[in-house]
Design a protein around this ligand. Structure first.
Ligand code: CA
Ligand code: CA
Length: 381
């Protein structure tokens, strides 16, 4: 019965959200992991991870020409592969690529063509294509802003494979690589507000600082700064049990949350970041359901922030398509060593809703009609 109720809710709440574009907008998300067929280690250091960590990208979203520690390059294979993990299955409309941007003939090492496959679960894969195609060669200049590519039809995917990839040919094309990539999703929930069980008011580190975009800049506003005035911080006390509650203003089927931890510069302030926390969801802000996380005790975990400007490596947490209007984070542990009497906080939080693929949408439409019919008959009794 509970499953039926959730399905009914999914159908009834999911469909209007798809249509209400005003509540949802697009965002470009950073994969949480990259795995290449081959890569080059030290001293030239051109690994797959350098295509997802913001290395070489400036605040204007331009990728520089320095390859070491900032670009991926295959280990002198002209055909190779690279796979991305987004951390949660997301509706994707395309991606933004900065191709291999080392100056001179080395731009011939960029990805010209690729067979692209996507998967929601890492098991079942589907081939897809993009426009424009083939890919555009990088200019080999430090003002390179990258290029957008659009999938032939939007896909729901957690994993995206470029396998095989081939380069542009010509001089120096004895290997293949990329500078950076982001994936475009239409499912960012906007207008979110937040309240907290505690706020450090002398510094105005109120809960709203975690949802208002404060401190965020760069390509797709993905870089958090280290100014604590742009973060939520609970006042001093027992950090265990501190809560921040988000109101999404409407019921959404939640797919993921992206979290920038507390990133204050200087000393050990970043130790005020959340290490373990619980996530609970609610339709009415009264009855909350606690989700089961992957960590010990069923908690969810966050990485520690760097405590520097340009913090790109936010965490991505799969929320498993749970319907909710309210989301509550409850702190269980932090990175400091005095949990009974300290501060704890976060920099910024975003939520993404589940958007079904077009083929699934048709099935949902039929189910919604059925569900409305069932509801009408029940009320008649
Ligand atoms: Ca890079
Ligand atoms: Ca902020």
């Amino acid at each position: 019965m509970r499953c039926y109720a959730v399905l009914l809710l999914l159908v009834l709440t999911g469909l209007p959200q798809v249509a209400e574009a005003g509540l949802v907008t697009s965002d470009s998300i950073r994969p949480v992991a990259a795995q290449a067929g081959t890569e080059i280690g030290a001293p030239h250091d051109r690994k797959a991870v350098y295509t997802i960590d913001g290395s070489g990208l400036n605040a204007a979203g331009q990728h520089n020409t320095g390859p070491n520690g900032q670009m991926w390059l295959s280990d002198f294979t002209t055909t190779d592969s690279i796979r991305y993990d987004l951390g949660a299955p997301m509706m994707l409309s395309g991606f933004h690529v900065w191709n291999y941007n080392e100056s001179g003939n080395f731009t011939n090492r960029g990805v010209s063509s690729a067979t692209i496959k996507t998967s929601a679960d890492g098991v079942s894969w589907s081939a897809t294509t993009v426009t424009p195609y083939p890919f555009t060669k990088a200019p080999g200049s430090s003002s390179y802003a990258g290029d957008d590519y659009t999938f032939s039809t939007p896909v729901v995917a957690r994993y995206v494979d470029f396998d095989p990839v081939t380069n542009f040919g010509g001089p120096s094309s004895n290997t293949v690589g990329l500078s950076e990539i982001r994936f475009t999703t239409p499912s960012l929930i906007t207008g979110v507000t937040a309240t907290a069980s505690s706020e450090w008011l002398p510094g105005n580190r109120v809960a709203s600082k975690a949802v208002d975009g404060s401190g965020m800049s760069g390509f797709a506003d993905e870089r958090a700064d280290s100014n604590p005035g742009n973060m939520w911080l609970a006042d001093i006390g027992n950090i265990v049990g501190r809560t921040i509650t988000f109101d999404l203003q409407d019921v959404h089927v939640l797919q993921a949350t992206r979290i920038w931890n507390y990133n204050e510069a200087g000393g050990s302030y970043r130790l005020r970041g959340v290490k373990e926390f619980d996530i609970a969801v609610s339709l009415d802000d009264s009855s909350y359901q606690t989700l089961v996380g992957p960590g010990s005790g069923g908690h969810f975990g966050l990485a520690m922030a760097p405590g520097t400007d340009g913090y790109v490596l936010a965490d991505m947490i799969d929320l498993g398509r749970v319907p909710a209007r309210y989301v509550r984070f409850t702190v269980q542990d932090y990175y400091g060593s005095n949990p009974g009497n300290d501060y704890v906080g976060l920099s910024e939080v975003r939520f993404y809703e589940y958007v079904p693929e077009p083929s699934t949408l048709l099935i949902w439409s039929l189910l919604a009609g059925l569900a409305v019919g069932v509801g009408w008959r029940r009320r008649k009794r």
